[in-house]
Design a protein around this ligand. Structure first.
Ligand code: ZN
Ligand code: ZN
Length: 389
């Protein structure tokens, strides 16, 4: 009996250390992306949606395969692809969807932009969706230069590569109802194919290949913003998160030495603000005031005193409603009524949650590596490594 108990105890202790990673390894998302079988076929990105027609081609020969095993060979050049009664028309041939188009050099052109991997084209009525199917690491090469400046130090780029990879996998089923994983706009992650690739960013992707940020065995929510204004913030004030993950609570950011976004100011016409808030049916604005601030100095609410009453808005929602490119943050240092205009001044750029990109840049210039950068902005998270090699 004692021997059996001892055996169970030993087995239990052997199994225990692996429990922490069990959730992640079992996650279908990670498993699919880093399995050998799917190595060349891991993410499906909707690059042209609901289109009447697109120009597709390659600088080498390329092949078109339809759902009923019909195969057409094209020598280099371009052809027109459109949808017709749920079928796909390629050149003069009407084919059954989904149609796969693959070039011999794995570089395919869609409306004069080059994409790695291959295309899958589906039709709904007379509209086609063009989906780029490619390995996740190649996809990230096209994403990174859109998220960060390619001239920044390698360690800051590597931190961003881990963030983008983690985000990709965490959101992989965002567009599953439409037959692809992620779209190529700001709704998911901006992706412009191989044309936008920069060697420094591609190296950062390669050097962190397969690395994902996790917390307690789950993929972390790797949100980020341009410039925190001195301290990142708890997301509970701006997003309706019931429980804030401990790694997103907000950290001090002593950096931003050269950032052009640390201080900003703008004058916005009063009638522009009234128009933007038209759903609230406000009258002439008398004053705009900050109502309550977070521990880091960001506004919680904005109070608008107008001729028809008082409107109280979430400060982050106010910024998004007016124009987030004009009002760069909800960390106001001054709001003044100038008559026909309102003057806003503030600190930072973005929502202040998660990694601060300009802080990460300065950390990299001060000698921190990407792991130190990630741990600073997402404390208590862990890097995990996956490989399909
Ligand atoms: Zn999307
Ligand atoms: Zn910062």
């Amino acid at each position: 009996m004692f021997k059996r108990t001892l055996l169970f105890l030993v087995l239990f202790l052997l199994i225990l250390p692996s429990c922490k990673t069990t959730n992640l390894y079992r996650s279908d998302k990670v498993k699919h992306i880093y399995s050998k079988k799917n190595a060349n076929d891991t993410v499906k990105i909707g690059i042209v949606l609901n289109t009447n027609s697109v120009s597709v081609g390659a600088s080498r020969e390329f092949y078109v395969f339809d759902a009923k095993n019909k195969k057409i060979r094209f020598s280099k050049g371009f052809t027109t692809v459109s949808a017709f009664n749920n079928k796909i028309k390629v050149g003069n041939s009407i084919l059954h969807a989904p149609v796969k188009i693959k070039a011999s050099n794995q570089m395919i052109s869609v409306n004069n932009k080059i994409y790695r991997g291959h295309l899958s084209i589906v039709g709904s009525g007379n509209k086609a969706n063009v989906i780029n199917v490619l390995p996740i690491e190649y996809y990230l090469r096209g994403v990174l230069p859109k998220e960060v400046s390619a001239s920044w130090k390698k360690e800051a780029l590597k931190a961003q590569a881990v963030i983008s990879r983690t985000y990709t996998i965490k959101n992989i089923s965002k567009h599953s109802a439409q037959g692809f994983d992620l779209c190529s706009t700001v709704h998911c992650q901006v992706y412009d194919g191989a044309n936008s690739e920069k060697s420094s960013c591609s190296e950062a992707v390669d050097e962190t290949s397969g690395e994902i940020l996790t917390f307690e065995g789950e993929l972390a929510q790797t949100v980020f913003h341009a410039n925190c204004g001195g301290h990142t913030d708890d997301p509970s004030y701006i997003w309706n998160m019931k429980e804030t993950p401990v790694y997103l609570k907000g950290v001090k950011c002593k950096y931003h030495s050269n950032s052009p976004h640390t201080y900003w100011e703008v004058s916005v016409p009063e009638n522009f603000i009234v128009n933007k808030l038209s759903s609230h049916k406000i009258g002439k604005i008398r004053s705009i005031k900050v109502k309550g601030t977070t521990a880091t100095g960001a506004a919680k609410k904005i109070e608008i005193n107008h001729s028809k009453g008082i409107l109280l808005l979430n400060a982050y929602a106010f910024r998004l409603a007016i124009d987030p490119s004009k009002i760069k943050s909800h960390m106001f240092t001054s709001i003044k009524n100038l008559g026909n205009n309102f003057y806003f001044a503030g600190k930072g750029w973005g929502h202040k949650v998660g990694l601060c990109q300009w802080g990460a840049k300065d950390m990299s210039e001060n000698g921190s590596d990407y792991k130190q950068i990630l741990l600073h902005y997402y404390p208590k998270t862990k890097l995990k490594y996956f490989s399909n090699k």
